[in-house]
Design a protein around this ligand. Sequence first.
Ligand SMILES: Nc1ncnc2c1ncn2[C@@H]1O[C@H](COP(=O)(O)OP(=O)(O)OP(=O)(O)O)[C@@H](O)[C@H]1O
Length: 699
Amino acid sequence: MPDADAARGPRGSRAARTRLPVSVVLLAVIGACATILPSVGLGTRVAWTRLPALLASEQARLALGLSLRTCLLATAISVVLGVPLAIVLAHEWPGVRVARVLAVLPMAMPPVVAGTALLATLGKRGLLGPLLERVGIQVSFTTAAVVIAQVFVSMPYLVVTLEAALRSRDTRPETIARTLGAGPATLLARITLPLAAPALARGAALALGRSLGEFGATIAFAGSRAGVTRTVPLAVYLEREHDTPTALALAVVLIAASFLVVGATGVRWDLLVRRLRARPSGSTAPGPAGSSAHTVSAPDDDPAGPLPPLPGAPSPRGRAVHLCFTASGRDVAVDLRIPAGRTLALIGPNGSGKSTVCAVIAGLLDAVGGEVRLGERVVDGPAGFVPAGQREVALLAQAPGVFAHMSVLDNVAFGPRCRGASRAAARQLARAELAAVGAAHLAERRGEELSGGQAARVALARALATRPAVLVLDEPTAAVDVAARQELRTLVARRAAHDGLTVLLVTHDVAEVAALADDVAVLDRGRVVETGPAARVLAAPTSTFTARLTGTTLLRGTLAGSPDRPRLRLEGGAEVVAAPLENAVERAGFQPGRSASALLPPEAVAVYARRPTDEISRIPGGSPRNALTATVREVGGNGGLVTVVLELGDGQSLRALLTAAAVAELGLRPGLPVVAVIKAAQVRITPRGSVVRNTPATR
Ligand SMILES: Nc1ncnc2c1ncn2[C@@H]1O[C@H](COP(=O)(O)OP(=O)(O)OP(=O)(O)O)[C@@H](O)[C@H]1O
């Protein structure tokens, strides 16, 4: 195995190098010699000075012309038949594994056996030969037989290359295209195949190379008739004793052609074409040669400048959303409503089902046994399923999914085109949407030439160009920096307000919830565990997840006291006095000794070096306070404020937000004993596991 170590680079800089074991290098050199030496040996025998004259002889010209014609035709047929075959084999269906083996069998078959098999099928006395002869078609020992033999042995090279690329492809661009309204044919022609074009080119080149060298199947099935079936490999073999110089000259041509064809498979044609196109205008910024097709090669976000006013008068388009479904395979069961024109933030831990909800609304997942309603329209239910792209729902996923092979303008025009708009109208709309998100200057760039923030803006413009009633945002800002995130947030808020869109926002960012959401629903293990207006949920969360998200401390213990003066008794015996219970259900179910949680927002916690004199007593005109002895565990930066984590006697921890000056004044450092003072009015007690619903907005 190669071992890696650090070595000095040419200018003394340190660079990681991989040093190969000597034995591996030696064996590799022997392998390379075995590959190259025969060609060198052949080169020593060729009459190089007479090469043009030898290749101009009649038999050489006949063989070369025939090989050229048949190989090009065979490659064209391989593409026409092999591409659909590769597409079908890349899908999963019963028996596909056996079909994949059968499709590549000719690659492993000895060519002469392949020719014999073709003869047994299409020859005069073969399976189909007599039938063909009856309609006046003779195949064997004709030029057609040469082409058939070449297709038979070379097409599997194309199929296997393309099929492997299709099976391992990134399907996210296709998912996005479906939500934009692309049908199966558009998807294939405009997304799947263009993105697989490098693999298709590689497969076609391999098939062409294999056709050029085809010998065994041809001689068995087509024979060797000069000018009719005698291709270059056959001519080399047959002439090697009678006319050795011509045979060697033809062999050199074959080697050179094979070198060019195989070499062509390693060329980044897409980059080359783009460079050539870019040269006259200089408008694009191609990436460095050899960079991946998905490399972001553009400079980072250009300043977009002030946003232009939004086109047209405000036009409320939002529709109420109601979805109720159980995805038993994923253990997600959700019943949610979003009133028209409101923004619901869906938050929850990883794997809690947020993306599943997004996929069900967008029509990427069938809510089997459930119902999805947009306004009065049932888009998923017992009566039928309206697929993605036909629901007036636009989805912005975690990855922007800007189509790398199209210009930004074509990306944004893609949705309107799928919905029947003319090319000119779609492009006009796309320009307006790009301008609305401050990305008009990117219109002519290719999709792969965008930075993360630019791609996010383009993806938003593309989604809005479909004129949605509902915008589903599945963490679209997860992969962009803070500045781009704020920018996107502003754009979404502006557009949602202007168009009265209904928005479902999945996020882990509490600032995003605060800035965009009217309501919040919290998912945990596939169930809604908390819902309510955003301000209420953020100020007084009841679920562990929301408490953590907002920096609220959640202490566990048992209930004590009464609904009007509830207390949480911690394991070590200390008690936390809380505000009176407000919720009627919680008041009625109040039971001392029952498990409960206390929620303490960080700003409610003050830190003292010593116990203050008014501990747990009512200050005249003030509220009761709790004083808990604690030890400083962590002191961490948090912008202008410092987060101090305190450890209580029973091992639970408490968060406080202090100014840097206060931290310095108190000399806070890990291990220091302190007293945490908490206003009882800001402590909220909740029985464990309860779900509080605060508004009819969600349920
Ligand atoms: N394609 C799939 N097939 C089967 N189960 C899936 C699939 N995708 C997700 N799941 C399962 O469904 C459940 C919900 O996943 P989902 O992706 O909706 O969660 P999430 O809240 O969006 O997670 P995250 O925050 O990590 O994106 C999880 O248990 C997950 O393992």
